[in-house]
Design a protein around this ligand. Structure first.
Ligand code: AHR
Length: 864
C-alpha cells in the first residue's frame, strides 16, 4: 500500500538530480549513486546507491539504458559510459565501438525514459576510447583518448552539436577523469559516483520492481492454466448487446504486410522459376555468392565466364559468356530449390542472346528431369542482343526440373536475362504471382497491402534504401539489389506489380518508403548509426516521393509519370490514398528533420494523401515516446506502431488503446504478432483484435508480420503463412486473421460482458469474479453496414468452457440461423482450422464458448 502511495506521489513529481546533501538525523534526502557498466558489452548502464560510499546496494542488475548503435543483436555495444547531472537532467555518453570515430549520447529527466540516442562524429583521432563527460559553465565537454594514446576534447552547449575536436594534454584528460571503483556484492565494479535525491532511488527501485512484475505477467502462458484455473468448475456469464449504442470504426482494420523476407518475393510469391536470371547476384547479397551463383556448366568443351562490357542495360551489367570449342555442354539452372513443372502446363521462356563470333548460332533450350527431356526448343542467336521467346509445354509433372541452355555450334555466345514463367499466374497476369500463394493472401480479404517492408524499405545503409522508381519499367532495366535479409531482390515484383496485385484482390495500396534514412541496424555505411541523405539530395528525394503519387494517380495526358503507368498497361489511376514515410526508425534529429521536410512536401502538394509516420519498433521506450511527441507536434495523420510480444502482453494490455486521444494522430498497427504459431498465440491475437475493434476509431489499420516464409529459407519466425515450392501451409494465426478479415465491420456496437467463475463451496455452486478468467475472455460486436449483418467475436483462452447468455436490447430482424465459425483445440495445437456450422439465434440465446476457442457468430440481416 505504502509502495502504491509512494508511486502515485512520485509519479506526479519530476525529481531533479540535485547534488545538494541535506542529511538530517534519521532522514537522508540524498544518496551517492554509482553508475557503472558490467557484464557483456550489450548490457547497459546500471545503478547502485550508498549513504556512505562504503556499502553499495545495486538496483537489481537492471540496465537503465543500452546502446542502440550498430547492427542487430550482439553488435550493439557500450563501453565506458560517463554521466553527468546538471540539476535537471542526466546526460550520458559512451564509447560505441573501438573502431569508429563516434561516441553515443542520450539524456533523461528521470533516469527511466531516455531520449533516442545520437552518435556524433569526432574529426580527431582514430577512435573514441574512455570518453569522459564534464561541464564547464555552459559547455558540455567530452574528453577522450584514442588507442594511440592521444587526447582530445569536443564541446557542445546543447548536447547536440559538437565542436571540432581539439587536442588536450594527457594531464588535462586525467584531471577530468571521474573513474571510481567500488565493491558491489563483493565484486569490484568500475564506474562513477554522483549524488542524487534518495527519492530518485526509491522511484527507480519501484519502477524496476514494477517492470519485473509486468514482464512476469507478459510471460504468463497456458502452461500454468491447470493450476491457475484449478478451482474453476465452470464459467458463466452474459453478453448484453446494446445495438442502439455504437460508433463508426475503420473498415480497413485488417490488412497485410508484405516484405521480401524469408524468400517471400523471389522464389516465393513472384512466379519466376529461374534463380539469378540476370547474373546479378553478388557478394553484397551473400558473401559466398557471385554472378555465376545458381548456374552451372554441365559437360565438356565449353567455358563459362561473366562479362560486363556490352550489357543489355547499364542497370543489368553482368551477363554470361559461353565459349564452346566442342558442342555438348550446357549451362543449367535449377531455379529456387528446383523448378516445379506441371504436366500439360505452358511456360513462357524468354532470354537475351547474342552471338559473339560474327555469325548466327543455334541454341537448344530444354527442360529436364534428370536426363529426361520434358520440353525443348531451338533458338537462333544473332550478332546483336535480342530477346528471344518460346513457349514450352511440360510433358510430365516434376518438382525438381532443370533448365538447360546448350549451344549447338562452336563459338562465343552471350546470354542474359533468362526467364521461365508459368502461364498460370494469379489472375493470369504477365510477370505475375504464384496463384496458390496469391489466392491464400486474397482469402484473407485484406483491405490494404503494405509493401515493400519493413526493413527492406529503409535498407541496409543509404545505398540500399528502396527506391521505388528503379522498380518499374522493363524487367531488365530494373536495378536489382541486395536484400538486407541476406539474399537478392530481383525487383521482378516492383511497384507496378504491387499496385496491380492490390487492385486484383480489392485492397488499397500502402507503399512505405524510407524517410531518407536507412535502417538504424544497418551493417553497412558505418556500423548502423543513422546518417541520412545529405541535404543537397533532399529536394530530389522529396520529388521522388511526389513522383510516386503522380505515377499512381496522375493523368497520363499531362504527367510523364502517369504516362509510364499507362505504358505499363494501367491507364486508370490506382487511387493511392496513403503513403508511409519511414519504418520503425530511430527518432534521431537526422530522422526528424528529414521526416518533417518530406511530410511537409507531400502535404503541400497533395493535402488529401494520408502520410504514415513511425514510432519505433516497440510498444514503449524512447523511439515510441519521441515518435509520438513528433506526431503530436507535426500533426501527422497516422503513425505506424510495431510490437512482437508474448501472448501474456496481449492479455495484460487490453486497454492499451483505450487511453489514446481520439482526435489526434491515428494508429496503423503495422507489424504485430505474438511470437508463436500455436493455438495459444492465435487466441491471444484474436483477443487483441477484439480490443482493436473497440478502438478502431483510432487504430484504423493493422497487419500481422511477417506474412510469408519459405521452408528452409526463413530469417524470421513465426510467420503467418509457410510454403514450399508446391504447397502453402497457412498457420492457425492465419485462420484468425482470415476470420477477422472476412468478418469486419464499420460500426462498433457497445456491449457488456460479465463472466463469473463457478467454484464448489460446501457442495454449492458459488459464482465469483475471477480476474484471470475475465482477462482471458473477451468479445466484440461489430456491424457490417454493407450487409446489415451483426458480427460477434468471442475469445476464450481458458481450459474451461464458458456458458454465455447473449441478450439484445433490440432484435432488428436477423435470421434465426446465424453462421458460426469456431477455432478450438489444445493451446499447443498448430493446425486448427475453423469449424463452420450454423447456430440458432434470437433476441436472447445461449452459446457456449469452448475451452481455448475463438468463435465468430455472424447474424444475418433479413433482406426483403
Ligand atoms: O517483420 C520483420 C521485421 O521486423 C521488419 O522488417 C521490421 O520492420 C521489423 O523489425
Amino acid at each position: 500500500m505504502l509502495k502504491k502511495f509512494l508511486s502515485i506521489l512520485l509519479a506526479s513529481v519530476a525529481i531533479p538530480c540535485i547534488t545538494v546533501v541535506a542529511n538530517t538525523p534519521n532522514r537522508t534526502d540524498s544518496v551517492y549513486i554509482f553508475t557503472y557498466h558490467s557484464g557483456p558489452a550489450t548490457d547497459g548502464i546500471k545503478l547502485a546507491y550508498s549513504i556512505d560510499k562504503h556499502y553499495w546496494t545495486p538496483i537489481s542488475n537492471y540496465s537503465f539504458v543500452k546502446s542502440d548503435f550498430g547492427n542487430w543483436g550482439v553488435n550493439k555495444k557500450m563501453y565506458s559510459p560517463s554521466l553527468l547531472c546538471d540539476g535537471e537532467k542526466w546526460y550520458a555518453i559512451w564509447s560505441v565501438n573501438p573502431d569508429v570515430k563516434q561516441f553515443a549520447t542520450t539524456y533523461t529527466a528521470d533516469f527511466w525514459t531516455w531520449k533516442p540516442q545520437d552518435y556524433p562524429y569526432v574529426n580527431q583521432g582514430e577512435n573514441v576510447v574512455d570518453p569522459i563527460l564534464t561541464k564547464q559553465a555552459q559547455d558540455f565537454i567530452v574528453s577522450y583518448r584514442t588507442n594511440k594514446n592521444t587526447y582530445f576534447e569536443t564541446r557542445s552547449t546543447d548536447f547536440k552539436k559538437w565542436s571540432t575536436a581539439s587536442a588536450i594534454s594527457e594531464q588535462t584528460y586525467r584531471q577530468r577523469e571521474k573513474v571510481a571503483k567500488v565493491l558491489i556484492n563483493g565484486t569490484e565494479q568500475v564506474g562513477e559516483i554522483h549524488r542524487a535525491p534518495s527519492a530518485l532511488v526509491q522511484e527507480l527501485e519501484m519502477k524496476v520492481g514494477d517492470a519485473a512484475q509486468r514482464n512476469q505477467s507478459y510471460n504468463e502462458s497456458t502452461r500454468d492454466d491447470s493450476q491457475r484455473f484449478a478451482q474453476v468448475k465452470a464459467l458463466r456469464g452474459t453478453l448484453s448487446i446494446n445495438t442502439q449504442n455504437s460508433k463508426p470504426i475503420s473498415q480497413n482494420l485488417i490488412g497485410i504486410f508484405f516484405e521480401d523476407i524469408n524468400y517471400s518475393a523471389d522464389g516465393g510469391l513472384y512466379a519466376e522459376l529461374i534463380q539469378n536470371r540476370d547474373f546479378e547476384y553478388s557478394h553484397l547479397d551473400r558473401n559466398e555468392w557471385n554472378a555465376k551463383s545458381y548456374w552451372k556448366l554441365k559437360g565438356e568443351g565449353t567455358t563459362f565466364d561473366i562479362a560486363t562490357d556490352q550489357p543489355i542495360h547499364a542497370n543489368n551489367s553482368h551477363y554470361a559468356v559461353l565459349n564452346t570449342t566442342q558442342p555438348g555442354a550446357a549451362l543449367q539452372n535449377n531455379g529456387f530449390d528446383g523448378i516445379v513443372l506441371k504436366q500439360g502446363d505452358k511456360y513462357n521462356l524468354s532470354l537475351f542472346l547474342k552471338s559473339l563470333n560474327g555469325k548466327n548460332q543455334k541454341v537448344r533450350i530444354q527442360l529436364l528431369d534428370g536426363d529426361k527431356v520434358l520440353a525443348q526448343t531451338t533458338l537462333t542467336a544473332s550478332t546483336a542482343w535480342k530477346q528471344l521467346k518460346a513457349m514450352l509445354k511440360a510433358t510430365a509433372s516434376v518438382e525438381k526440373a532443370t533448365l538447360s541452355i546448350q549451344p549447338q555450334t562452336a563459338g562465343k555466345l552471350a546470354i542474359d536475362f533468362v526467364s521461365l514463367f508459368p502461364q498460370k499466374t494469379f489472375k493470369g497476369r504477365k510477370n505475375g504471382m504464384r496463384p496458390d500463394l496469391a489466392q491464400t493472401l486474397a482469402d484473407l480479404h485484406p483491405r490494404f497491402v503494405r509493401f515493400p517492408g519493413g526493413c527492406v524499405s529503409h535498407g541496409n545503409g543509404l545505398e540500399n534504401m528502396y527506391r521505388w522508381n528503379t522498380t518499374i519499367g522493363p524487367l531488365w532495366e530494373r536495378k536489382g539489389q541486395s536484400n538486407l535479409w541476406g539474399y537478392h531482390q530481383s525487383l521482378g515484383i516492383g511497384f507496378y506489380e504491387y499496385f496491380q496485385f492490390c487492385e486484383d484482390i480489392g485492397a488499397e495500396p500502402l507503399p512505405v518508403l524510407p524517410a531518407a534514412v536507412p535502417c538504424q541496424n544497418s551493417s553497412r555505411g558505418g556500423f548502423g548509426q543513422q546518417g541520412g541523405l545529405p541535404w543537397e539530395q533532399m529536394d530530389d528525394y522529396a520529388q521522388e516521393l511526389l513522383n510516386l503519387i503522380e505515377w499512381a494517380n496522375g493523368d497520363p495526358k499531362t504527367s510523364k509519370w502517369a504516362k509510364l503507368r499507362l505504358e505499363a498497361g494501367h491507364p486508370k489511376p490506382f487511387n493511392l490514398k496513403t503513403i508511409g514515410v519511414g519504418n520503425e526508425d530511430l527518432i534521431s534529429d537526422v530522422f526528424e528533420e528529414r521526416f518533417i521536410y518530406l511530410n511537409k512536401r507531400i502535404k503541400e502538394k497533395y493535402p488529401d494523401i494520408q502520410v504514415v509516420g513511425t514510432v519505433g519498433p516497440f510498444f514503449e521506450g524512447s523511439d515510441y515516446e519521441a515518435g509520438w511527441e513528433l506526431a503530436r507536434k507535426e500533426n501527422i495523420d497516422i503513425v505506424d506502431e510495431h510490437y512482437y510480444v508474448n501472448p501474456g502482453w496481449y492479455i495484460h494490455s487490453q486497454n492499451y488503446y483505450d487511453k489514446y486521444d481520439r482526435k489526434g494522430t491515428k494508429v496503423y498497427l503495422g507489424e504485430w504478432a505474438s511470437r508463436g504459431n500455436q493455438l495459444e498465440n492465435a487466441l491471444a491475437e484474436a483477443l487483441h483484435i477484439t480490443n482493436l475493434e473497440r478502438n478502431a476509431d483510432v487504430v484504423i489499420m493493422s497487419s500481422y508480420a511477417p506474412l510469408l516464409a519459405k521452408h528452409g529459407h526463413t530469417q524470421w519466425n513465426p510467420d503467418l503463412i509457410y510454403f514450399n515450392n508446391t504447397s502453402v501451409m497457412p498457420t492457425v494465426n492465419y485462420q484468425v486473421q482470415k476470420l477477422c478479415g472476412n468478418n469486419s465491420g464499420s460500426q462498433y456496437i457497445y456491449s457488456n460482458l460479465k463472466v463469473d467463475a463457478i467454484s464448489m463451496e460446501r457442495n454449492q455452486e458459488v459464482p465469483r469474479y475471477n480476474e484471470a478468467a475475465s482477462k482471458r475472455i473477451s468479445s466484440s460486436v461489430v456491424k457490417d453496414e454493407k450487409t446489415g449483418d451483426l458480427i460477434l467475436k468471442l475469445v476464450n483462452i481458458t481450459p474451461v468452457p464458458a456458458d454465455l447468455q447473449i441478450d439484445f436490447d433490440n432484435w432488428e430482424g436477423y435470421a434465426s440461423e446465424a453462421e458460426l465459425s469456431v477455432i478450438s483445440g489444445n493451446p499447443s495445437d498448430r493446425d486448427n482450422k475453423p469449424n463452420q456450422t450454423t447456430l440458432n439465434v434470437s433476441e436472447k440465446f445461449s452459446y457456449q464458448l469452448p475451452a481455448y476457442s475463438f468463435s465468430v457468430i455472424r447474424l444475418k440481416k433479413i433482406t426483403n
